[in-house]
Design a protein around this ligand. Structure first.
Ligand code: SD4
Length: 320
């Protein structure tokens, strides 16, 4: 395959530094897989991003349990781990699993044991700051009999390289205050992510329990394959799933997605007000976008300096 375009797109502002590094790699003719792994690893390693990797928020018992997945859209190989503790970079383990013929989706102790046997780094992933967030959330919700489940920030990153390969990866500590053993969409094929180099890739963030009901990432890729632009596929899939959820439950959880096609065109859609995403392609400069939903369409504009400053202040603010 020969392709003159490249691109990389990610859920949330937090992935921006990683995707610009990934973009440099793609321009240098590095693979989509390497770009995705580098970009996701950057987010996992940064302690102030509190729902991915090191510094990720714990479950209701105060333990950090991580989920991650990787898919190569050219071979359709995929690997995933779920509910693992003390693994420094879950995305790297998921990628290695994608190269296994059998046992490519592993959970819990078995996954941890395998990862450490393979030489992946072991690390205590609970930071003092994440623990403070946990204590605060217990005080504000659990101890008062309220639901603790709000907020989400999973990183999902998809990339297209100059050879036309598309890869996608996800990494998350999942729903804050989840029950031990709970797993969301992020490591589940077709829900948290999907890639097919003949078409494109998509990845999701939000309430896993609802995202999984629509196999949302697969559905976006399928719609792009039927001729929709990435933006049409993203918007229509989020809208259709939200409608179905509302018809059945009277409400829908947070549903946010990004996608890219094999030409390097991208799309993003959300049903919340605070979704941001990061993108750079051969046709589009590195940008952090903030989304706004207008009717059934997601509109986005570059993050202002004020927005960026407020973001940085928020993620580093003392926890009271
Ligand atoms: C999950 N989709 O585990 C993830 C949550 C998320 O930041 O996006 N968290 O349900």
């Amino acid at each position: 395959m020969d392709n003159k375009n490249w691109g990389i797109i990610a859920t949330w502002r937090m992935a921006f530094d990683g995707i610009t590094e990934g973009a440099t790699m793609l321009q240098d003719n590095k693979s989509a897989t390497d770009a995705v792994l580098t970009a996701v690893t950057r987010v996992e390693d940064y302690p102030y991003y509190k729902s991915v990797g090191y510094g990720g928020l714990p479950n209701e018992k105060g333990v950090v349990e991580l989920d991650a997945a990787f898919m190569d859209g050219t071979t359709m190989a995929l690997g995933a781990i779920a509910s693992v503790k003390d693994v420094a970079n879950p995305i790297l383990v998921a990628e290695k699993l994608s190269r296994e013929r059998f046992n490519s989706f592993m959970v819990g102790e078995g996954a941890e044991q395998w990862a450490f046997e393979q030489g992946f780094e072991k690390k205590e992933m609970l930071t003092e700051r994440a623990q403070q967030h946990y204590i605060k959330r217990c005080r504000e919700t659990l101890y008062r009999g309220l639901s603790p489940y709000t907020g989400h920030d999973t990183v999902g990153i998809a990339a297209l390289d100059l050879d036309g390969n598309i890869s996608v990866g996800t990494s998350t500590s999942g729903l804050f205050m989840k029950r031990p053993g709970r797993v969301g969409d992020s490591p589940v094929s077709g829900s948290g992510y999907y890639a097919d180099s003949d078409i494109g890739a998509a990845t999701a963030t939000g309430l896993g329990e609802d995202l999984m009901k629509g196999c949302i990432s697969y559905e976006i890729v399928r719609r792009m394959g039927e001729g929709m632009t990435p933006q049409q596929a993203a918007d229509s899939t989020v809208n259709d799933l939200e409608k179905k959820l509302i018809a059945r439950y009277g409400r829908a959880g947070d549903l946010s997605v990004v996608c890219i096609n094999k030409d390097g065109d991208f799309g993003a859609a959300t049903n919340i007000d605070s979704f941001s995403f990061s993108v750079e392609t051969s046709k589009h400069p590195a940008t952090i976008y903030v989304c706004e939903r207008k009717g059934s369409e997601t509109h986005y504009s570059p993050a202002t300096q004020e927005w960026l400053d407020a973001y940085q202040a928020r993620i580093t603010a003392p926890i009271e």
